[in-house]
Design a protein around this ligand. Structure first.
Ligand code: GLA
Length: 393
């Protein structure tokens, strides 16, 4: 989805234009930024993301038949229509529609009683930036049906798992569970420490006076799927080598004593996961204690590990992170965030340093195509939910 200003008003207006009556409800689901814990989710490890105040809004009403009609305001008013009493199949010509179709298919596969609906979708998550616009769309679709059909058993973790299922099996992306979980369970003013094995979540307050700055390198994320799946395979083969269920279970001593015979690339991948899990737990503790100096160190180490061991950064993002770290000093930190190969850096810094940092970025950073960085200041926000409910009968 492309980014729109005021998605709530846009979704409402698009609904009335398309369906000629007012929507029964408006729902939203946020995008996310990951503070630390990269590629650890599919290794059953730990992540520390926060939901952001950018997301997807859906205006929705029930239909009294089994048809779903969708209009996507942020896809220039593109439409989709399908029936839920017939097999739901992907569309080759409209990727956005598959997040809607896939979410519906997997709601139905989970045995949830649904009927038809009219949906108008609008979003303001920057596109191609690695801020999970797709997870936010999936969760918003699931919330729309929950609100329309009153599905009491559909609590946020279950919603996240159904969304992940849709993404893995219908859209065909082998992502972990982080993006869907944080879009479902985000807490205002907090990051969320998520154990990706038990799915236990612990909200960690962001220290007072600290801003969350997301800086887009303007390097569009390339090769993402192939490289992402390759990292997954490398991690799985390293886990098999060490004889553990997932790299989450690898202990430092076993890494040291058992690395012989494992190829050097898989060794580096395993070392990233091992050290990144440790850093993520330490970062949650540092943040909770308001120790921004320690948090900054951990973010810097995470970036080096992503660059050298996991090899998912690109030179422009390395430069961007260096500029941010030089501006922030010991008052916070910066690192690449998301799957890698372009996209965004995340920085935590005192509000007082936001403007000077913007000025340095404007003067010192250009993408390989000569573009300046794009800065988004975000507030850690609540997860999926209703914005407005009129009458869902
Ligand atoms: C993508 C995936 C997530 C996670 C991150 C890397 O965002 O969707 O599941 O693996 O990459 O941390």
């Amino acid at each position: 989805m492309s980014a729109l200003a005021n998605p709530r008003a846009t979704a409402h207006a698009a609904f009335e234009r398309a369906f000629h009556h007012a929507p029964a409800c408006l729902v939203q689901a946020p995008g996310r930024v990951n503070l630390i814990g990269e590629h650890t989710d599919y290794n059953d490890g730990f992540v520390l993301p926060c939901a952001i105040d950018r997301g997807t809004v859906i205006a929705a009403s029930r239909r009294h038949d089994m048809t779903v009609r969708v209009v996507a305001a942020d896809q220039r008013g593109a439409v989709d229509e399908f029936r839920i009493d017939l097999p739901i199949v992907p569309r080759a010509d409209a990727v956005w529609a598959n997040y809607v179709r896939g979410s519906l298919k997997h709601l139905l596969d989970n045995g949830l009683p649904l009927g038809g609906a009219e949906l108008a979708i609008a979003g303001d998550v920057p596109q191609g930036a690695g801020l999970s616009s797709s997870a936010s769309l999936e969760l918003a679709v699931i919330q729309a049906f929950k609100s329309l059909y009153g599905l009491p058993d559909l609590e946020p973790t279950r919603m996240a798992l159904i969304a992940q299922e849709a993404e893995n099996r219908f859209v065909g992306c082998a992502c972990g569970v982080m993006d869907q979980m944080i879009s479902a369970r985000g807490v205002d003013g907090h990051a969320l420490l998520l154990d990706c094995r038990s799915l236990e979540t612990t909200p960690v307050p962001l220290p007072a006076g600290i801003a969350v700055m997301i800086v887009h390198s303007r390097v569009q994320r390339g090769l993402v799927d192939g490289e992402y799946n390759l990292r997954r395979q490398q991690c799985e083969s390293a886990a098999r080598h060490f004889g553990v269920r997932a790299l989450r279970d690898l202990l430092p001593a076993d890494f040291d004593s058992g690395s012989a015979g494992l190829d050097p690339v898989a060794q580096r991948r395993a070392r990233h996961i091992l050290t990144e899990n440790r850093r993520t737990l330490d970062a949650a503790a540092a943040l909770a204690a308001g120790d921004m100096r320690r948090m900054g160190r951990l973010m810097a180490e995470s970036h080096v590990s992503m660059r050298d061991d996991f090899e998912i950064t690109v030179p422009a993002v390395d430069r961007l992170v260096q500029i941010l770290q030089d501006c922030i000093g010991d008052d916070g930190g910066a690192r690449m965030t998301g799957g890698g190969f372009g996209g965004c850096a995340v920085a935590l810094l005192p509000h007082a340093k936001v403007q000077p940092t913007r000025e340095v970025l404007a003067a010192a950073y250009r993408s390989p195509d000569g573009e300046p960085a794009e800065v988004h200041l975000c507030r850690p926000s609540n997860g999926v939910g209703e914005l407005e409910v009129r009458d869902t009968r």
